[in-house]
Design a protein around this ligand. Structure first.
Ligand code: NAD
Length: 474
């Protein structure tokens, strides 16, 4: 692991397995209390000097890091594919997406300023400064092992914070790759650290108890996120939580059906459905429901399932047996309650799940309530705008929602009524570095990306200066 500019070991080790083959592809040191404390010490020591560097200096380093990442696209992509099973073409896409956040914040980081306000007193000057919150602890998930790191670290480093990353147990190698490239471009010791561990609870407790670590930024499940929110209360850390989702995808009768089918396939089946913003509920207007279902079944049956390292593969394995069993249990529960399988549904070897489309899905089914995180597309019919908006909002989640229509008024009103942080209007992939990414309700707190993403790592300081007089000496 990478602590204080050194590649260090630990007492215990843990294996990283390829979900495609089950083979051990690496063994990594498993940090405990000692390594976590070393990292916390280094992050807080480095913060004192890093925060004093200029934004121009930090952003130049970020630019060099960006260039290094782009140069290593293929190596990082293969690492992602091998450790978590994403098809190689998508893994390359993730590297470019991940790099785009470094690119964006290498520019935006130069534009952090303050404000001044007029005072009601002639002898007072009022102004604000924005300063880095301090050392940051970042916990990331396995489904986007590159992008979930850069979305957090690029803004943190740009404004002068130092960061400790705890990558997921299933996919820690990509994080080490990013750390190596930061080291290669001259990132100072302690500014970016990666602690690998098979015991996230113990390592994280050290960070939660340490008042010098000023912020937790977490991407992962709602269940774990809520627990960490409580645990961080003791040292009252600043908090960003990017949690689970259950995205509705609404297709009105006036939609371009072929485009909607293509976008459902891209949105639902990307990363084998293991994406926080992928749709988990596809609402289709009753008048086009059977036509849409037929077209979707044809498109889904064409998706190539197989070895994620092959260029032709569109659907790789799920990350582990729990992920596979959850997806299969959602299919079984829906079928038991009357849903029909119109594509897929055949059991496969290993952690693979055949892309599946379910028709006649109803609100009581498990798949309508829990995040499936697998390649299963449930179709539900609706009759009116008001009905579908109410159904879409009847969820504890509020991350992403999508709607398909050619009617501008309908698009605007429905987008305004949906209780979600991100809305795609005829767009199944709205996320981009310059826009805010994040959700409401059980989907989390805060935003990543755009100028909003910088605010998460800044504290505002107000300075009121009282002058000795109000006028110039004559
Ligand atoms: P997870 O919550 O199981 O794990 C996320 C991270 O937390 C991992 O690094 C894990 O090791 C760590 N962790 C788990 N238990 C912990 C504990 N007790 N103490 C400290 N750390 C702990 O989630 P996952 O399975 O890795 O990721 C999938 C989830 O992430 C899905 O719910 C998905 O929707 C969500 N996600 C959200 C976004 C977003 O931006 N909103 C993006 C990607 C993924």
């Amino acid at each position: 692991m990478f602590v204080n500019g050194q590649w260090i070991s630990a007492f215990g080790w843990f294996p990283v397995r390829s979900p495609a083959t089950g083979e051990i592809i690496a063994e990594l040191p498993s940090a405990g209390i000692e390594e976590a404390m070393l990292a916390a010490d280094a992050a807080s020591a480095a913060f004192q000097t890093w925060r004093q560097t200029t934004a121009h200096h930090r952003c130049a380093l970020l630019r060099a890091w960006y260039n290094a990442v782009i140069e290593h696209t293929e190596g990082i992509a293969r690492t992602i594919t091998m450790e978590m099973g994403k098809p190689i073409q998508e893994a390359r896409g993730e590297v470019v997406y991940a790099a785009s956040f470094i690119d964006w914040f290498a520019e935006e980081g130069r534009r952090v300023g303050g404000e001044s306000m007029p005072s009601q007193h002639g002898d007072k000057r009022l102004a604000t400064l924005q300063q880095p919150v301090g050392p940051v602890y970042a916990i990331t998930p396995w489904n986007f092992p590159a992008a979930m790191i850069t979305r957090k670290l690029a803004p943190a480093l740009a404004v002068g914070c130092t960061a400790i990353v705890k990558p997921p147990v299933q996919a820690p190698l990509t994080a080490l790759y990013f750390a190596k490239l930061w080291e290669d471009v001259g990132g100072p010791p302690g500014t970016l650290q990666v602690i690998t561990t098979a015991d996230p609870r113990t390592v994280s407790q050290v960070m939660f108890d340490d008042p010098r670590i000023r912020k937790l930024t977490f991407t992962g499940s709602t269940e774990v996120g809520k627990r960490l929110y409580e645990q961080s209360a003791k040292t009252l850390k600043r908090m960003s939580l990017e949690l689970g989702g259950h995205a509705p995808f609404i297709i009105f009768e006036d939609a371009d059906l072929d485009a909607a089918v293509d976008e459902v396939v891209a949105c639902k089946f990307r990363n084998a459905g293991q994406t926080c913003v992928c749709t988990n509920r596809i609402y289709v207007h009753r008048s086009i429901a059977s036509q849409f279902a037929e077209k979707l079944a044809v498109a889904v049956n064409r998706l190539q399932v197989g070895d994620p390292l092959l260029e032709s593969t569109r659907i790789g394995p799920l990350v582990d047996e729990h992920a596979r069993d959850k997806a299969l249990s959602h299919i079984a529960d829906a079928v038991a309650q009357g849903a029909r399988i119109i594509a897929g549904g055949v059991r496969m070897e290993g952690f693979y799940v055949q892309p599946t489309v379910l028709q006649d899905v109803t609100a009581t089914m498990l798949i309508m309530q829990e995040e499936t995180f697998g390649p299963v597309a449930p179709l539900i019919t609706f009759d009116s705008e008001a009905e579908v908006v109410a159904a879409a909002n009847a969820s504890p989640y509020g991350l992403a929602a999508y709607l398909w229509t050619r009617n501008l008024t309908r698009a605007q009103l429905v987008a305004e009524a949906l209780e979600y942080g991100m809305i795609g209007v005829n767009d199944g992939a709205p996320s981009t570095a310059q826009a805010p990414f994040g959700g409401n309700k059980d989907s989390g707190l805060g935003r990543e990306g755009g100028h909003w993403g910088l605010q998460e790592y800044l504290d505002v300081k107000f300075i009121s200066t009282k002058l000795e007089r109000c006028t110039l000496e004559s």
